[in-house]
Write a protein that binds this ligand. Structure first.
Ligand code: GDP
Length: 296
């Protein structure tokens, strides 16, 4: 991920090499290039606009340190702004609520919800020493339920037997009472993802959310999804009170737009990122590291 963006940004910095100072003229030209690089990386337009304006504000008011060239100063500013963009308000996942802590996963089909449910369960079990119950409410795709059941067995995590003949809402309620009765620390509820956002799907997930009262409602988004990711983020964000984001498939060759847009579009922090298909390919999101990676 980010390869192209990194290359483009490095090109921009390179073009400032040898300049003694930043002038109004070369600032405008440079920011235009940065803007192009972000747009090419599929960053959402409103995000690009605020990003560029905040860099402009900083550059214009900047006293360039004697030890830094204009290129280096700009790199530093862009680095800081990337961290602010992706990481503002970053916090760890909230596990301090009264158990069972309920984590609801929402997102489009194929975003990586089921895989992320398994990865999260493993992470919570191994790293946080939590007793986890996994449940699926994807009654439209029995294969998805089976996928989660198999994952749970493989990870040695409890699975609530989710009968696809029952309504999704009933399954969610039953899984919650099982989590309460059997004293689980965390209940992870996977939900149905449709190919496109539709009203029926949104009202179902809203009902499930009201029934299980989640501590965390995580929007799972495929980093390859580009503009679709932005549309889905808006739709899920208006149906549910999202509390965080899981960014998946960051190991792929996505241009990186979703990673840079989703924080601002949802207003919620990226808590985790998926870095592969395996069950341990999940990392706590660190904006600082990702920003450094973008700048190469
Ligand atoms: P769901 O429909 O949202 O439940 O999506 P799935 O969990 O079934 O994932 C869809 C596909 O994406 C599967 O083939 C997963 O193996 C793959 N996938 C999920 N997360 C990642 C990731 O972080 N990296 C890679 N490379 N593949 C992933």
């Amino acid at each position: 991920m980010f390869d192209k963006l990194t290359e483009r940004l490095q090109g921009v910095m390179e073009s400032l090499r040898g300049r003694g100072r930043l002038t109004d003229e070369n600032i405008s030209d440079t920011l235009r290039q940065v803007r192009m690089a972000l747009l090419e990386a599929d960053v959402a337009l409103p995000v690009v606009k605020t990003f560029i304006e905040s860099i402009r504000g900083k550059v214009v008011g900047m006293e360039i340190e004697k030890s830094l060239t204009p290129g280096q100063s700009l790199v530093r500013i862009i680095h800081e702004e990337l961290i602010a963009l992706m990481g503002a308000g970053v916090r760890p996942i909230n596990l301090r609520a009264q158990p069972p802590v309920v984590i609801l996963l929402a997102g489009l089909q194929g975003a990586g919800k089921t895989t992320s449910a398994g990865k999260l369960a493993k992470w919570l079990k191994d790293t946080e020493k939590k007793k986890v119950l996994l449940a699926s409410t994807d009654v439209y795709r029995p294969a998805a339920i089976l996928q989660l059941e198999r994952l749970a067995a493989q990870l040695d995590v409890a699975f609530y037997p989710s009968d696809p003949k029952k309504p999704a809402l009933t399954l969610a309620r039953e899984a919650l009472s099982e989590a309460r009765q059997s004293l689980f620390d965390v209940l992870i509820v996977d939900t149905a993802g449709r190919l496109h956002v539709d009203d029926e799907m949104m009202s179902e997930i809203r009902e499930i959310s009201a029934a299980v009262n989640p501590t965390e409602t995580l929007f799972v988004v495929d980093s390859m999804a580009g503009q679709d990711a932005v549309n889905a983020a808006r739709a899920f964000g208006s149906a549910l009170t999202l509390t965080g984001v899981v960014l998946t498939k960051t190991d792929g060759d996505a241009r990186g737009g979703a990673a840079l847009s989703v924080r601002q579009i949802t207003g919620q922090p990226i808590l985790f990122m998926g870095t592969g298909e395996k069950t341990d390919a999940l990392e706590v999101f660190q904006a600082e590291r990702v920003a450094s990676r973008i700048l190469g």
